[in-house]
Design a protein around this ligand. Structure first.
Ligand code: SF4
Length: 428
């Protein structure tokens, strides 16, 4: 390798007109993020201020932990609280006091807002300030909203991380900050590759513990690991940190481009980059090629859900040979997914937001080989004879970086393979 892989020049779908529709949406709410965040942040507790519906969502999505002390819970606001918001604040104080007295291991407490009107009327940021004063210095209390009225399910993580940025200590040392929650083993792989190139110090947001040495300032450059972190991106920029735009690390090509953007910033030589990445790149290419056999030449349609849609469409079209018909995303933040849009070949409709009935009409008319959508749409589409992939699985499954590239392609190939086998059985 004589030079580092360069970012794609502007092109592809970067200037494709975006179809924007507003109507009924079919998405999960931002409380979903608590399911993976509570595993990453070992001294945090997520207290949802919400209804019984919120409690059911969390319990069924995360499973009820019988032996372990959970790191999330729901303070249920009854309808009677509508009459007295002052009482609701007192109630909340009481719940938090009891929780913190019982659980001295909690160092960060997140008050998480939800949809019910009585919760929306509660000022949770004031409550968090009041509680921080009361429980400092041992506990930091922050708040964010996971309400389904204003969020898609991945925005919960964004809102949570963005709430942490203003309270991070100032630290102007030159450092790389990786932003986004990943399974530990995948995070270790990414850090291992970067450290092998001599890049450091490397910090991660969210850090596993509030006491971890994590600050931000003018010397910080940051790379996003997930494309749904728009508010966190803005909050970090306000703190003086600088974003390194890059395609997201999905598949061999995305991972290589993402690493190369960081390597360029830190002056890594092309020889060292090649030495560190050659073997895992080859493994990733081989694994993707095997899983992609069944994907080649097949069409895919993305409903807006996880905000991973554009980077995944780039991966499926360029590395797996699929043809994208429509790539719908809840929001399109070109400052974040611009490099992926540049690499996505012209052709698909790019849509932002949703009018679900109109979009269903387009999908049913196109009859794609695979439709990536939320849980609520999957069964009705399957009933119409379409193969589907639940978008939420893409967030719950380790899919980033080289070693997971084959698994990522496999997530898309399995439903198509299953549909082909069912067709064969029906024909026999
Ligand atoms: S936050 Fe809203 S959408 Fe989410 S579970 Fe609670 S009530 Fe339902």
């Amino acid at each position: 390798m004589t030079e580092l892989p360069r970012l794609p020049v502007s092109g592809g779908c970067s200037d494709t007109p975006i179809l924007k529709q507003r109507g009924q949406r079919e998405v999960f709410c931002g409380l979903t993020g608590i399911i993976w965040l509570h595993r990453k942040m070992q001294d945090a507790f997520f207290l949802v201020v919400g209804s019984r519906t919120c409690a059911h969502l969390l319990q069924s999505a995360a499973g009820v932990m019988i032996f372990a002390e959970p790191r999330f819970g729901t303070a249920i606001l009854e309808e009677t609280d509508l009459a007295g918001l002052a009482d609701a604040q007192d109630e909340l104080d009481k719940v938090v006091d009891e929780l913190l007295a019982r659980r001295p291991d909690i160092k960060q407490l997140f008050l998480v807002g939800s949809c019910p009107s009585e919760v929306i009327k509660l000022d949770l940021s004031k409550a968090a300030e009041r509680m921080t004063q009361r429980h400092a210095p041992s506990v930091r209390v922050l708040n964010f909203s996971g309400s389904g009225l204003e969020t898609t399910f991945t925005q919960g993580e964004d809102a949570c991380l963005a709430s942490m940025v203003p309270v991070l200590p100032k630290d102007d040392q030159r450092q790389l900050l990786l932003v986004g929650a990943l399974p530990d083993v995948v995070e270790e792989q990414a850090i291992g590759l970067l450290e092998a190139m001599g890049i450091g110090p490397i910090k991660v947001l969210p850090a596993p513990r509030a006491t971890d040495d994590l600050g931000v300032g003018d010397g910080t450059v940051y790379a996003l690991i997930q494309p749904f972190l728009g508010d966190t991106h803005d909050a970090l920029t306000r703190r003086g940190a600088r974003h390194l735009p890059a395609p997201f690390p999905f598949g061999e090509e995305g991972t290589t481009q993402w690493l190369a953007a960081i390597a360029t910033e830190f002056g890594v030589s092309p020889e060292l980059f090649e030495q560190v990445t050659a073997a895992p790149r080859a493994r990733a290419r081989k694994a993707v090629a095997q899983a992609a056999e069944v994907l080649r030449g097949k069409s895919v349609f993305f409903f807006p859900d996880s905000q991973l849609e554009i980077p995944l469409a780039r991966f499926l079209t360029r590395e797996c040979g699929m043809e994208a018909i429509e790539v719908g995303a809840p929001f399109i933040h070109k400052g974040i997914i611009g490099p992926d849009l540049d690499m996505l070949a012209e052709g698909p409709t790019i849509s932002e937001g949703q009018d679900v009935d109109l979009q269903l009409d387009r999908a049913l008319a196109a009859r794609p080989a695979l439709t990536v959508c939320g849980l609520g749409l999957a069964n009705p589409l399957e009933a119409q004879g379409l193969s589907t992939k639940w978008a939420i699985e893409l967030v719950f499954t380790p899919v980033h970086f080289y070693e997971q590239a084959g698994d990522l392609a496999g997530l898309f190939s399995r439903p198509i393979r299953r549909a082909e086998m069912l067709k064969l059985e029906a024909a026999e």
